[in-house]
Design a protein. Structure first.
Length: 449
């Protein structure tokens, strides 16, 4: 007897019901109808990893040999920025390729635990949905933080599969969020697993990469490390006694968390090598925002949650063997949305016309085909404004404005607004023009000046 299955396929605003006979030959994905070569993509995002928290970015008290090796095999960006100083808006920026202030979920600073009122709009295209439409096998392993309801979740936005958390952070051993609710999911279903969350995510990523397949893949590996609660792999007893996620921790614990993260990346790189996919996979590594209590941000000022450099500037690495020359660094300014645009370029994929990306393709920079060029970038929180144009940084709080020359003063210590009032006025005007294209600013927020 011939059997059938029913597949519900979401395509933005339309629901297509396809009845597929198991004895029939399914229609080939779009990528198989083309002679174009399709490359794999591995995007790795750490959580609250500060600018100097990798040893080859300056960390003095521990080493990250696997991430150092990844950087030595590609190019390091020393002027890479997050699209926001907090989790949710930056993740919104990457997944949509657009400034987070264009979407309601991007205004959350961040999305609070258990807040079901908003999420990534179900009909909004994403980097995953675009690649899925091109025939890619897509997976998200790790942190989502863009909505709790199923219609806001990863599976609704282009990911064939999801294993990870929906909230901003979970206990590394119990996998419960700050409200005490289990927050580890296999697609739409909560699941219980034994193990340290960093290891569980690594294992799933290795499994995904190691599968036999006949089409290219896009894997987003969004680690929760080194975000609080600060628990190393040997701190299960600490986990049992922890009352608040922001409590505890130490430089020693942070180093242990970073070793676990670095070891995880090393295992993922080995899986790529074992699968003989090294030269056919674009790898991008970065962080969602600046570091927090135990991060090393020197020489930058402040930390996560602010629009000072310490809250925005992050490490970034691009490796693509045979395409991107090894062992280089660049001072080119980059921002989260650029990684989405770069992925589209590498996979010969176009964004949807009605949802143009705000990022730029950085492959010419990575390959050494284009010289460093000046850019103008903007940021906004509920209580701060910021813009960078070339070497100039504009920063406005509730009471004052600042102007800094980042080429000479990355720590933002020397005030220049009185010396260059014309530049201050220009950047203020450019910011206001950009802001007029964004959604209205939220009235309340958690970011301090």
């Amino acid at each position: 007897m011939e059997t059938y299955k029913i597949e519900l396929i979401s395509r933005r605003k339309f629901l297509i019901v396809a009845i597929v006979g198991t004895t029939a030959i399914a229609a080939a994905p779009k990528t198989f109808l083309s002679t174009r070569k399709r490359h794999n993509v591995l995007f790795i995002m750490a959580d609250d990893l500060g600018y100097g928290d990798l040893s080859n970015f300056g960390r003095p008290d521990y080493h990250t040999p696997h991430l150092d090796r990844l950087a030595n095999q590609g190019v390091r960006f020393t002027n890479a920025y997050a699209a926001a100083p907090l989790c949710t808006p930056t993740r919104c920026a990457f997944i949509t390729g657009r400034y987070p202030a264009r979407l309601p979920i991007g205004l959350k600073e961040p999305l609070e635990f258990g807040d079901n009122s908003v999420g990534l709009l179900p009909d909004h295209p994403t980097i995953a949905s675009l690649l899925k439409d091109e025939g890619y096998e897509t997976a998200l392993v790790g942190k989502w933080h863009l909505g709790y309801l199923p219609e806001y979740g990863p599976n609704q936005h282009g990911f064939n599969e999801f294993f990870g958390i929906l909230s901003g952070g979970v206990d590394y051993f119990t996998h419960k969020d700050a409200l005490g609710k289990l927050d580890l999911y296999e697609n739409l279903e909560p699941v219980e697993r034994n193990g340290y969350i960093t290891d569980l995510l690594t294992e799933r990523a290795v499994d995904f990469i190691s599968r036999r397949r006949d089409r290219p893949f896009y894997l987003s590996l969004h680690y929760t490390a080194p975000h609080w609660p600060w628990e190393g792999p040997g701190d299960e007893q600490v986990s049992r006694s922890l009352k608040n996620f922001g409590d505890g921790g130490s430089l020693k614990v942070f180093a242990a968390m970073m070793k676990s993260l670095d070891d995880g990346v090393g295992r993922v790189m080995k899986a790529l090598s074992d699968a003989k996919l090294d030269r056919d996979t674009l790898i991008i590594f970065t962080s969602d925002n600046g570091g927090e209590r135990f991060s090393y941000n020197w020489p930058l000022s402040r930390q996560k949650g602010t629009l000072w450099e310490g809250g925005l500037r992050v490490p970034a690495i691009v490796r693509w063997k045979g395409v991107v020359p090894a062992g280089h660094y660049t001072e080119q300014a980059a921002i989260t949305m650029d990684w989405a645009s770069t992925i589209l370029s590498a996979t010969q994929t176009k964004p949807e016309v009605n949802y143009p990306f705000d990022g730029e393709d950085l492959l010419p920079i990575c390959k050494g085909e284009r010289a460093i060029y000046d850019r103008t970038l903007f940021w906004r929180t509920s209580k701060q404004d910021a813009g960078r144009s070339g070497k100039w940084k504009y920063l406005k709080g509730s009471k004052t404005e600042h102007l800094f020359d980042l080429s000479n003063d990355p720590g933002e210590k020397v005030e220049l607004k009185e010396t260059y009032p014309d530049i201050l006025a220009r950047l203020r005007t450019e910011f206001q023009k950009w802001e007029s294209q964004m959604l209205p600013r939220p009235l309340e927020g958690h970011v301090e000046e």
